[in-house]
Design a binder for this molecule. Sequence first.
Ligand SMILES: [Fe+2]
Length: 354
Amino acid sequence: MSSTTTTSTTTETPKVLRLRPKVDDAMPLPPFEYAHIFDEANYGDWRDELATKGWTVVKGAVPRERALSYRERMFEWLESFPLGFKRDDPSTWTNEHLPVHAKGGMFWSYGLSHESFCWDLRQEQGIIDAFTKVWGTDELVTSFDAGCIMLPGRTDVKDDQPWEHMDQSRHRRGFYCVQGIANLNENGPDDGGLMVMTGSSQLVEEYFDTFGRTYEKERTFGAFDYWMFSDEELKWFENKGCKWVKVTAGPGDLILWDSRALHYNVRPKGEKDRCCTYICMAPAKLQTEEDKRIRKEAFEAERGTTHVPIGHVYSRAFTPSVRDGKPDPLDTGRPRDRIPQTDKILKLAGIKAY
Ligand SMILES: [Fe+2]
């Protein structure tokens, strides 16, 4: 596994941070039985990197050729919209010819979360095995998260500024979730992908204990398990020695990161497209009744969720997507095959008990 450091440590002192005494102003949440699993790095495998760096790459979770065939299916999906997109014609790699997306390639609507290639990837044994290793059980439920296709050389992307965040509530203590990216193309230092702040996952709690958890405004788009960091706050982490890293991976590798690790994504600087889906699994037994209700509703309506499969599940009720200020009729009116109601899918979806 190789990586490139893109931001070096700074010795500047943050200027705007409000210094508070150590204060426990966290919202009371039920104790989480897995909160301490990454307190120490004593596994002797890639879980040690999750504990120390906050991220890792599980090589070959999906066989390479199959990963590349999933990439083909993602492009077929993009071409299936009546917008004129052609993977071989860069003049069509523009907003006008693409379904609505964010950050130059993050798609979440149009039922993408329930396309057959997304479900096939979630059923890949190597991916299930990786999450089984994290949680110590193979009785897992999956998120209904979607995917990303970032095309190189685009000049019409307006929202590609960094958005350094973590996908965990500042009120949680300890480990809560591991997120995954099923990487489907060669992904080197110049190819678009995940930027992660190495070492930040272990410092988040100290940060909020020092500066407090009470803010005038929530810094989330709506999900409970999300927090956006300011430039001043990032400096605190950099001063502690954390470094931004562009994660590199091959087709079929599974990138995993602790949801406390600060991260964002970048667009390709080179010539390759970035292609991946987001997959996150957690023990089925940790679902609350409310989680089950939301997830069943999302599954039946073919809507997506964010990464969190358990506790404060956030279903993206963003459909239909808005294009030019109007709801996009392509979103709700898309013909799709029904999700196969197999035993494995229904269990992963949380519809059927283990
Ligand atoms: Fe994220």
